[in-house]
Design a protein around this ligand. Structure first.
Ligand code: ZN
Length: 333
């Protein structure tokens, strides 16, 4: 008798935990349970802006990598996985964001009916700014992606280790930060638009109109940045985390990263960077929220320069990129 009551009480408490867990999820994510709006999941904040510019209030957007977190190391929470299991569409960046590698393995089980849109479709990925290295582990990565069955038991042992290098080393040396250039964003916006029409064909006309209006804004942004940076072609800027490779490429600038292979530079690297900054007359070291500023500050000290913060993950994409272009214009050498 006593044990029966115990079991009942335990079951009851489990139920309470489960129900409260569910309610929390819905509140936290801001996905209204009472609406029949489709949920569109994105990986990073700027993508939420792109979806909202096209879809307005017609969908609910859920962001996987919250503001301030690094897309290279963030892992989804259980409540985010719940959002994902309820979503109609997931717009992945598609360029090798760590969280997407993790999620893609789970998506088929979580939500087999969800439309997965690859925003990088049609964009040519470029190499991360070169730092010579051998990376034997990369071979292991590929193998693991191919061997689904092996994954289940290997996961426990390999996960920790794998993350250490995957963190800063997505897609085998290719630069994942495609959204830092407006011409790439135009492609991303087209891909998102096509996905939205597929999951919500009723609103196609609205989405088409909104998409074209935003594309026009992005064109204007591109022109504005060209004006801001005119005459600066071939100039260099130094940045801790090299998130601006596509921007640099598009506007003819040279990005000099402080971070080496996702890690703090060695003493020798530091000396090389200081020499390079002095040679080129660089006076600004750019940094980004969520990344170390220690070595950037040390270099700035040595060259009598300053540290300036830029955010490649800002929500207001267009205004932010104008701000970034202005900052580069001042910090270029
Ligand atoms: Zn990054």
């Amino acid at each position: 008798m006593k044990s029966k009551i115990m079991v009942l009480m335990m079951l009851l408490s489990v139920c309470i935990v489960l129900t409260s867990g569910c309610t929390d999820t819905q509140d936290d994510s801001g996905t209204a349970s009472d609406s029949d709006k489709k949920i569109v999941v994105v990986s990073i904040v700027p993508q939420a802006e792109f979806v909202e510019k096209i879809a307005g209030d017609n969908v609910d957007v859920v962001i996987m990598v919250p503001p301030g977190a690094s897309p290279h190391s963030y892992e989804p929470t259980p409540s985010q996985l719940t959002d994902l299991s309820n979503a109609g569409m997931y717009a992945m960046v598609g360029s090798g964001i760590t969280i997407e590698d993790v999620l893609m393995e789970k998506i088929t089980d979580l939500n087999p009916d969800m439309l997965v849109v690859d925003c990088s479709k049609g964009i040519t990925l470029q190499e991360m700014v070169a730092h010579e290295h051998d990376h034997e582990e990369e071979a292991d990565h590929e193998e693991e992606h191919d061997h689904e069955e092996e994954h289940d038991h290997e996961e426990e042992h390999d996960h920790e280790e794998e993350h250490d290098h995957e963190e800063e080393h997505d897609h085998e040396g290719l630069d994942p930060h495609i959204w830092t250039s407006p011409d790439n964003v135009e492609v991303m916006v087209e891909n998102i638009y096509e996905g939205l029409v597929e999951i919500d064909p009723e609103n196609e006309a609205t989405y088409l109109e909104n998409k074209n209006a935003y594309l026009a804004e992005l064109d204007a942004l591109d022109e504005q940045i060209k004006v801001i940076l005119s005459g600066k072609e071939g100039s260099s800027f130094m940045v801790y985390h090299p998130a601006w490779g596509y921007f640099a490429n598009h506007y003819g600038l040279v990005q000099v990263p402080v971070e080496i292979e996702g890690k703090e530079p060695s003493v020798q690297d530091m000396q090389n960077l200081i020499d390079e900054a002095n040679d080129k007359g660089i006076k600004v070291i750019f940094v980004q929220t969520g990344f170390s500023t220690v070595s950037a500050e040390a270099i700035a000290n040595e060259i009598d320069g300053e540290v300036v913060e830029l955010d490649p993950l800002s929500k207001d994409y267009i205004a932010n990129l104008v701000k970034v272009a202005d900052a580069f214009e001042k910090g270029l050498a």
